[in-house]
Design a protein around this ligand. Structure first.
Ligand SMILES: [Zn+2]
Length: 53
C-alpha cells in the first residue's frame, strides 16, 4: 500500500451524479460529505472511490 497524497475528498451525488468536494472535519483528517448537492440539493453522497467500480 502506497501513501496517498492529501487531496480533497470528492463525493458523488447519488441523485444527479454531480461531483462535489468534501468538507474537512474539525481537527483531524475527518472526511465529511458536502451538506447538500449544489446541483439538485440532495444530501446523499458516496465517496468517489466507492462510486468507481
Ligand atoms: Zn445532486
Amino acid at each position: 500500500m502506497s501513501h496517498q497524497p492529501r487531496l480533497p475528498e470528492r463525493y458523488v451525488c447519488t441523485d444527479c451524479l454531480v461531483v462535489s468536494a468534501g468538507r474537512r472535519g474539525e481537527g483531524d483528517d475527518q472526511r465529511r460529505p458536502p451538506e447538500s448537492c449544489g446541483a439538485c440539493g440532495a444530501s446523499a453522497f458516496v465517496e468517489i472511490e466507492q462510486f468507481h467500480e
